[in-house]
Write a protein that binds this ligand. Structure first.
Ligand SMILES: CC(=O)SCCNC(=O)CCNC(=O)[C@H](O)C(C)(C)COP(=O)(O)OP(=O)(O)OC[C@H]1O[C@@H](n2cnc3c(N)ncnc32)[C@H](O)[C@@H]1OP(=O)(O)O
Length: 449
């Protein structure tokens, strides 16, 4: 698999004319990059790397990058007046049409929403704070809306940037640091077995397993081949990290792979008994698989600390170690959403309780603004119509940001009312909203993109 395009329409949609005109007024050219052209793509990647303060790559790595993410809609802003290297863009953005899992999805009956994934947003430090990123972001949102994509999504370098464009965090993640001398395993013994697998096998089985697990995880997304290449270090075979990778899998009593872990053991100082385990990935399809893999990692000899990033907020491990304080857990906001089409987005997910909810939404960019009525039937299906306040229907007033935060059921309307970010039109409306919107398990996104 070289990419995840379900449909290629997104790659050919022209650069947004409004942003193009606004940037042209400033002497800047906003254009799609021809990703079939290795030179143009390498120049774009050079700008992307520079924007994120990454090391410069050699030509072979640029070509590998093109093979991996060249399927994306790749846009640059060029300053043709530059006296040096005007062919290197002064701003970059990459986007694609992804699939966001929504509440109610199962492997047998998947419910996903088309979502416009935005990545590689950079503006050269020589051109910062002149409104270039604003034009890139607004251009992406208008393009997505023009293609009928109901949601935009991204993960962020800084949490302060994207609220102004209508994004808000809708799924959170946790980073764990576990003192293994204190964290005695207190969970169940499980019937299957953990065994080592080669890195190539891990890559193969992890991609398959993620395809199933992401469909049961609201907030998660479909992944692309290059993601797995990067995960297992195939893009950087000579790096120390790549050479340290080890992989194990959990097979259940029937011999079916239900979980995988990729990890590195580092350090050991001062006497070889104090190594640190960095868990790069732990994917589990069943509670048994998660138990077996966590237990394996926590009981490794010559190890005193296990670190894991991007774990779910309601990680079950919390209840499987003898000493709660053996684990330091830090919460991050992670999956940011931006609603572009309210009726389509809210009809795609299912709900925990029947009822009606009026949503008065403001949106400076207009996409989601309006008075909406969400009606959930007894089977948990939802439909949204335009309607002004209806007598007896709980009502909330909110901006498009809070609408995004509520969407996956991971943030409570009652919290946002108490925070002063959502206003109740009728007393008790937030509790009514929570009964309909909240999910049993916290939504979760397992990757950066
Ligand atoms: C989805 C992703 O790709 S996340 C990665 C984001 N990119 C990075 O972090 C790479 C390093 N940073 C950069 O390249 C740039 O500083 C960017 C892309 C963050 C901003 O680009 P700029 O062109 O300088 O932003 P621009 O001038 O359009 O600013 C737009 C608005 O965002 C605000 N803003 C810009 N950067 C930041 C920031 N780092 N933190 C908070 N606010 C910011 C501006 O103040 C402005 O606000 P306003 O219009 O409401 O007054």
């Amino acid at each position: 698999m070289t990419g995840s395009p379900r449909s290629a329409d997104f790659t050919t949609a022209p650069a947004d004319p409004t942003s193009r005109a606004r940037l042209a007024e400033r002497g800047l050219r906003y254009a799609l990059v021809d990703t079939d052209d290795p030179t143009a793509f390498a120049d774009w990647l050079r700008a992307d790397d520079r924007g994120f303060h990454l090391a410069t790559r050699d030509d072979e790595k640029y070509e590998r990058g093109r093979a991996g993410i060249g399927y994306r809609r790749t846009t640059g802003v060029y300053d043709d007046g530059l006296s040096v290297d005007p062919q290197i863009p002064v701003a970059t953005v990459g986007s694609w049409r992804g699939e966001l899992t929504v509440p109610g999805s199962t492997v047998e009956h998947p419910s996903t929403l088309a979502a416009w994934a935005i990545s590689s947003v950079t503006v050269a430090s020589t051109h910062r704070r002149r409104g270039i990123a604003r034009n890139l972001l607004e251009g992406e949102l208008r393009t997505a809306a023009s293609l009928g994509v109901p949601m935009a999504m991204l993960t962020v370098s800084e949490s302060t940037i994207y609220g102004r464009f209508g994004f808000a965090p809708a799924a959170f993640a946790t980073n764990w640091t576990i003192d293994t001398r204190r964290a005695k395993w207190n969970g169940p013994a499980v019937p299957g077995a953990v065994e080592f697998v080669g890195i190539e096998r891990f890559r193969l089985e992890a991609a398959e397993l993620h395809e199933r697990v992401r469909l049961t995880t609201p907030g998660d997304i479909d992944l692309w081949g290059h993601h797995w290449d990067q995960q297992v270090g195939a893009t950087d075979p000579d790096e120390a990290r790549t050479k340290q990778l080890r992989a194990v899998r959990y097979r259940d009593a029937e011999g079916v792979t239900r979980g995988l872990a990729l990890y590195r053991v580092t350090g050991g100082e001062p006497d070889f008994s104090q190594h640190v385990v960095e868990v790069d990935r732990l994917i589990s399809e069943t509670p048994d698989a998660a138990s077996a893999l966590w237990r394996y990692l926590l009981e490794l000899d010559l190890v005193t600390e296990v670190r894991a990033q991007l774990r779910p907020v309601d990680e079950v491990l919390r209840w499987q170690i003898a000493d709660y304080r053996a684990a330091k857990v830090e919460t991050w906001e992670h999956q940011y959403l931006r609603v572009l089409d309210v009726p389509t987005a809210f009809a795609a997910r299912s709900y925990a309780a029947p009822g009606r909810l009026a949503l008065e939404v403001t949106d400076p960019l207009g996409f989601a603004a309006g008075s909406w009525l969400l009606t959930v039937s007894d089977d948990g299906a939802g439909a949204v119509t335009t309607a002004s306040a209806v007598d007896g229907v709980p009502a909330l007033r909110l901006t498009v940001n809070e609408l995004a935060a509520l969407y996956l059921g991971g943030v409570a309307a009652t919290t946002l009312v108490d925070a002063g970010r959502v206003v109740e039109g009728t007393v008790g409306a937030a509790s009514a909203a929570d009964r309909m919107l909240r999910t049993a398990r916290a939504p979760w996104l397992s990757v950066w993109y």
